[in-house]
Design a protein around this ligand. Sequence first.
Ligand SMILES: [Zn+2]
Ligand SMILES: [Zn+2]
Length: 275
Amino acid sequence: MKTIQRPLFLTILICILLNSCKSEQDNPIPNNTTTGTTTTGGTTTGASSGTDYSTIMTKAFTDYGSKSVSSVTVDGDYLVIKCTGVPDHKSPYFKGTSWENTLYVNDTRSGFKVNPNIIASFSYTFRIPKSPKEATTKKTLGTATIGIALNGVPLFNQYAAGNTPITVGTGEYVSFDLYGGHPAPSSDYHYHIEPNYITEKKGTDALIGFLLDGFPVYGSKENGKTVASASLDAYHGHTSATKEYPNGIYHYHTTADAPFINGNGFFGTAGTWAK
Ligand SMILES: [Zn+2]
Ligand SMILES: [Zn+2]
């Protein structure tokens, strides 16, 4: 019996030791420095490892206080945002709508060409992960809608109709109004580029919204410097501490050049949107 028990005991001890080593590798203690999180072999550690950020996310919408956002609630693993998509700022695309008297503005910027569409109100529901995590397999962008700005207006990807990449100063770009948005033929107002009404109000380095994967989107500046597209990864983001996420988080940045908000797909796993 003793000759059997000893190896068994040793085996169990070795298993315990091995498992504790393994679990340390799988769940390293997040570092608390301002450099934020580290990524090793596709596993993001620290603040991107599944912390519940629903309080931070909800506060971002309620602090902004857009009338277009009717509710922000938590449902299981998701933050559920209900909104109309009607911008909280003026636009030439309010002409001929019930908001014309208060929200229409004649956009006189040189180079601007109004498109034939007008703004309408919708019942959008965005369900985005409250504990965003890096996806093991990154998915490319499925539809035009990639996220939601704090004012309740959808964020779109960098492609015009027919999957043509949008380029500065030509094509669809010239129909972006003074606040960077325009309505689709279906009347959904949206931004493909920085929603500058929000950054003019909150600052060019401010949190401006979230992509469908639950990771936040910030403006074009960080620590007083313009963020260059070249300094960001293929998804148009990077990891560092931010005002809202002092322990560090993966986040996207808007840039003046393409792809403007998001790059080649989501860093995390996208939630859903419906209208
Ligand atoms: Zn568009
Ligand atoms: Zn950043």
